[in-house]
Design a protein around this ligand. Structure first.
Ligand code: PMP
Length: 317
């Protein structure tokens, strides 16, 4: 835990996991100045604790901080916090394949004050817990035709708590209709695919890996960037561009939509079995035949657990 007070971040301190005492007027609880990150630590065969691209999480945390009027968190504070935590929690990093130590860094506004203005005080906290695989089964997803997560000029590119709160209701509606997740579309026309609730989305169309380009309305996923890099390393053609819902429907009809999956730290690579769109369930080919996503997923897993050469300096020991 590190506090921001008198205009500066203080040295992080280790505290036992437990309740925090907060004033009922704590600013973040009312006005939503709260941002977070999600990371994972893996254990290598040699027993080393490996973090995956932690400075990319810090970079994104500070992009979120800027959008939410939260002071920038310096690298030393972030890394000191992570290192201290991992030293204590190393025993909790599961050595089992597919399992990891989930790490949740977050910052929230702590002014004891009622009034809509940026807080003067903040708290940075990191905690961790061991996790298994996120989704146990291939997903049934539905394209969201009505609700909006993010619009141009909004805060969709920030990992801000409020984005998730506002997304709960549409996601619950989809779950009631039998879908695990929804896929957001653009706010203007509901014509282009954006991302899913906790994942970026990718498709294999006609042998190419296609994904919506990063914009101000989607979260720039670190798994997304890693998957695209691994695809490029493997010589798989990659297209980052606008992806129309109609393109997905047509590619499916023509038998050219061979794979679809979500990417995220928690979910890693989550296969999509069915995409619901315009009143129709589009069923995708069986998982075993998904050569592109299966080979990228396996490579990503080998890199994260120290079994493959870390070509791009993603691993922090
Ligand atoms: N989009 C959203 C909305 C998310 O919450 C996440 C999870 N952080 C992602 C995409 C994937 O990002 P990453 O690969 O960095 O976990």
């Amino acid at each position: 835990v590190a506090d921001y007070k008198d205009g500066a971040w203080q040295i992080p301190e280790i505290m036992p996991y437990g309740n925090m005492s907060l004033s009922p007027a704590t600013s973040a609880l009312h006005y939503g100045q709260a941002i977070f990150e999600g990371m994972k630590a893996y254990k290598s065969a040699e027993g080393d604790i490996l973090l995956f691209r932690p400075l990319d999480n810090l970079k994104r945390l500070n992009i979120s901080a800027d959008r939410m009027c939260i002071p920038e968190l310096p690298e030393e504070i972030f890394m000191q916090g992570l290192e201290q935590l991992l030293r204590l929690d190393a025993a909790w990093v599961p050595p089992t394949a597919g399992c990891a130590l989930y790490i949740r860094p977050f910052i929230f506004a702590t002014d004891d004050f009622i009034g809509v203005r940026p807080s003067s005080n903040y708290r940075f906290v990191v905690f961790s817990c061991p996790v298994g695989a996120y989704y146990g089964q291939p997903l049934r997803v539905a394209i969201e035709p009505n609700y909006v997560r993010s619009a141009e000029g909004g805060a969709g590119y920030a990992k801000a708590a409020g984005n998730y709160g506002a997304a709960l209701y549409p996601a619950r509606k989809m779950q009631e209709r039998g879908y695990h997740q929804l896929i957001w579309t653009d706010a203007r026309e509901h014509k282009y695919i954006e991302e899913s609730g906790t994942m970026n989305v990718m498709f294999v169309i006609d042998g190419k890996l296609v994904t919506p380009a990063v914009s101000t309305t989607i979260l720039s996923g670190i798994t997304r960037a890693s998957v695209l890099q691994i695809a490029r390393d493997k010589g798989i053609p990659v297209e980052e561009r606008k992806v129309a819902v109609s393109e997905i429907v047509e590619a499916h009809k023509a038998g050219k939509l061979r794979e679809a999956f979500g990417t995220g730290t928690a979910a890693t690579i989550a296969q999509i079995a069915t995409i619901h769109c315009n009143g129709e369930d589009l069923d995708l080919p069986a998982l075993e035949g998904r050569e592109i996503s299966n080979s990228i997923a396996a490579e990503l897993d080998r890199i994260k657990t120290g079994q493959a050469t870390d070509l791009h300096n993603w691993i922090y020991k």
